[in-house]
Design a protein around this ligand. Sequence first.
Ligand code: HEM
Length: 506
Amino acid sequence: MNLETITTREIIILLIPWPLMFIFIRMIINRISSKYYPPLPPGPYPWPIIGNIFQIGRKNTHVHLCKMSELYGPLISLRIGQRVLVVASSSAAASEILRTHDDVLSGRDVSRLLQDKKPTVHNMNLVFTSECDDNWRFLRNIYKTELLSGKALESNATMREEKVIEMVKYLASKEGEDIVIKDVMFVTAMNILGNASLSIDLVDYEGNGIGSGVMDAVRRLVMMIAQPQLPDMFPILGPWDLQDWYKQVMHIIEHDLGSVWEDSIQKKRSRGDFGSSSKDFVDILIEKGFSNQQINALMEELFAAGTETTSLTIEWFVAELLKNKAAMQKVRDEVMKQISGNVVKESDLVRLPYLEACFKETLRLHPAGPLLIPRKAIETCEVMGYTIPKDIQILVNVWAINRDPKIWDDPLKFKPERFIGSNVSYKGNDFGYLPFGSGRRMCPGETMASKLILLTVASLIFNFDWYIPGNINPMEINMDEEMDIAMYKKEPLHVIFKINNGHFKN
Ligand code: HEM
């Protein structure tokens, strides 16, 4: 063809098919890809730009999400700014996420600010490690073998018993006074972790000691971590810390918490006598060549994950027993019958099945992490006929599952008997009951937490009668919840303890 002879008309005729062709090819590609990628799970219609932020609510998100799942189904998707969030709210959906697809859905959704700025915690402890890679396995293995294994826990049993006796003595010295139970339990949990990791008490029951600010710092840290970050919701904003979030989080981690154990770690390092037989967790970390920054990241995680969860669970446990007189009487009879010495020991716990049933029932109704800790999809995958795209955030609403009437008879009632003679456990194999999560990311502290909580509550029952200040009817205890990542009792529980056996009377 002679190009010089082509007319405008011929050019138009030649060009017209190309856009049509392009549209046609796109339609075919879309058709093919929709064949391979089913849609996102259903969910409420998102508002432009902000998505479903306001529908989720800032407080008690677990309740809002539960209501949405009743409308849209067990697997729903929402938009938080520009990011997609998927929420599982049935045991079948939880099993798909935490078991079937655990390999690709077990990332942690670490804020972009923590990933992009200087590496202070990202990939240095479990909860801030994005993927279950070799580094995460190495850290988890250290926790498991050196601190949380059956053997490691056994070697610390006497220490935990001593710390609980100190708590009982303190409460005996305050007989008849108004006690905020969670504060006392926090000190006990903190000193148990302080002794397991550094061989020291961090604080006494009057609030004196190097760890006096830990409770407040942990609360602030959990609240900050729970806050949605603008750069995560709107990646277009880049890595700018517009809310001063990163600065505040780092101040808590490096200053408020880091300064608590800095001197103790330094003293251990300069002493350098790790040959002794009774090594604590930090001795082992130093021996293995961990830097102070790495140790701080692990200690921060240990105290953030292990103190508030245990103390708030004990608070719910005591509140439920106070409210449920029949259960209280039954558990009291069991404890009084089975404990023969002056104190409760961990070895006694196997003879207290009703106490354990009450503990399981407390965790069912009041899981410390009602939405677990947010996960992230490492790869795109298909769950229950829907697409879960790479990099999206995933929540599992265990609060909703633990109260699902299809699984639990009379689900809102405190009925410990449901666990007697039942095989349902909190070990992560029953997807209708997941207070410690399941799969690769399941709580590694579950055995330590259950030992500590059962020993503490058994000791409170063995030594004291419990009353509510102001002669309030226990049925009127306010059980309202408040949740950020952790779910605590909105109104702190106050209790008056009266000695019932005199073992620890001053
Ligand atoms: C009643 C007490 C506790 C409850 C209810 C609890 C619950 C949980 C839950 C639900 C998760 C998230 C699991 C998931 O995403 O599938 C978790 C993670 C974790 N817990 Fe616990 N926990 C408790 C006590 C403890 C204690 C005492 C420790 C340490 C001594 C601990 C250390 C951790 C750590 C390090 C993680 C992060 C694991 C990871 O991301 O790989 N927890 N816990």
